[in-house]
Design a protein around this ligand. Structure first.
Ligand SMILES: [Mg+2]
Length: 383
């Protein structure tokens, strides 16, 4: 699906003449500062189709003759093409405001081809313009908006639903580019996936992770109880996870569990990427029958494990209870996260399982992203 930038012309791509608002001569053609550099970068680096949408009051009438309009317009279009900036379509409405034409912004008459069309992803498209009518157009199209105005001024939107669609107010094309670039980095279509293959003389591991998955899993570690715990992670963190391990189980379970945790942690670090927009922190308090687990985690970039859990048995099924600590220690090291785990209970099976479930629920919160708050959750500027 195509994402579109519906871009207003006057006041956005070129400056609007302050007295009569008409660019009706070559002398009145002045480009908006930094528009070439940034539209060029948007075209080259980002996944948007450019569409121009402009109201030209009374174009073709004596108040705005065609011969006064086209030379400046064509000069502008040629300048953009020369810089490699291509508009897929240019829509011009010629009516006067008082005519209330269905084609005039903020109405969508000129843009019906984009509406209810599965080829276009309007939800992640933007209108960029300098007037409230441009913002209203965005609301009518069901897309988002960028208002090209001075953000230090107080703006009173005539319609509250119009203000809701505005994600950025800026008079600087550098900022518009940076905003769109950041947004693209965390676009839902840009899925957070990682594949990690880890091969040593002791183990051969393939981890496939999709953080924005649905809780699907497939685990073959050779250890039934461990598979069952990894299933809990995928299910309750609602991520897709597949882990295949050929481990030296003829020796014991140690390398298989430790190396799986290292590969899994590495996959998380990889899939998280720049961490922009993530919740970062997650915590859960979960019961399972008589057992209770408290897990808090922070994708801080600094590995740490606090572990306050005591077991009574040596093994649960084919899983040595001492390896529970080792699993989470290795995961925290490789994922570079802070994990704080405390749990109590009588039944060691319950105890381990509730820890894995609480870990999963903490992951689910910490991994969550908000596409409209794209900053890094850190005052330090890096995680
Ligand atoms: Mg305008």
């Amino acid at each position: 699906m195509k994402k579109i930038l519906f871009i207003d012309r006057d006041g956005t791509l070129i400056l609007e003449p302050p007295t009569d608002f008409q660019v009706d001569s070559l002398e009145k053609l002045t480009f908006y500062p930094k528009v070439f550099k940034n539209l060029g970068r948007i075209g080259e680096q980002l996944d948007y189709t450019l569409v121009m949408i402009t109201n030209q009051d009374g174009l073709g009438t004596p108040s705005f003759p065609e011969e006064n309009f086209w030379p400046a317009h064509q000069k502008m279009m040629q300048a953009f093409e020369n810089e490699g900036i291509h508009f897929e379509a240019v829509h011009i409405d010629r009516s006067f405001e008082h005519e209330n034409a269905p084609t005039r912004k903020p109405r969508t008459g000129l843009l019906t081809a984009y509406l209810n069309n599965p080829a276009y992803d309007l939800e992640h498209s933007f209108v960029i313009g300098d007037r409230f009518t441009d913002m209203e157009l965005a609301a009518n199209l069901g897309c988002r908006a960028i208002l090209m105005q001075d953000p230090s001024r107080e703006w009173h939107f005539p319609k509250p639903e119009t203000e809701e669609v505005v994600d950025l107010i800026s008079a600087d094309w550098d900022e518009v580019y940076a905003f769109l670039q950041d947004l693209e980095n965390m676009h839902p279509a840009l899925e957070r996936r990682a594949k990690v293959q880890r091969k040593t003389l002791e183990t051969d591991i393939l981890v496939e992770l999709h953080l924005d998955g649905e809780g699907k899993y497939h685990h073959q570690t050779g250890l039934g109880f461990f598979d069952h715990m990894l299933d809990q992670v995928a299910k309750h963190a609602r991520l897709d996870l597949s882990i295949k391990v050929k481990g030296d189980l003829h020796i014991d379970e140690h390398h298989t569990i430790e190396d799986t945790a290292l590969a899994l942690g590495e996959a998380f670090a990889k899939a998280l990427g720049n961490k922009k927009g993530i919740e970062r922190y997650g915590f859960a308090l979960l019961p399972m029958d008589e057992a209770l687990a408290q897990v808090a985690l922070d994708f801080s970039g600094r590995p740490w494990l606090v572990w306050q859990v005591g077991f009574q048995r040596e093994k649960v099924g084919d899983f040595p209870t001492e390896m529970a600590f080792h699993f989470f220690k290795s995961f925290a090291d490789a994922a570079r996260c802070n994990l704080n785990i405390q749990a109590q209970g009588q039944n060691d099976h319950h105890l381990i399982e509730v820890i894995f479930k609480a870990f999963a629920r903490s992951l689910r919160t910490a991994l969550r992203r908000d596409p409209h708050h794209r900053d890094l959750p850190s005052t330090k500027g890096v995680l």
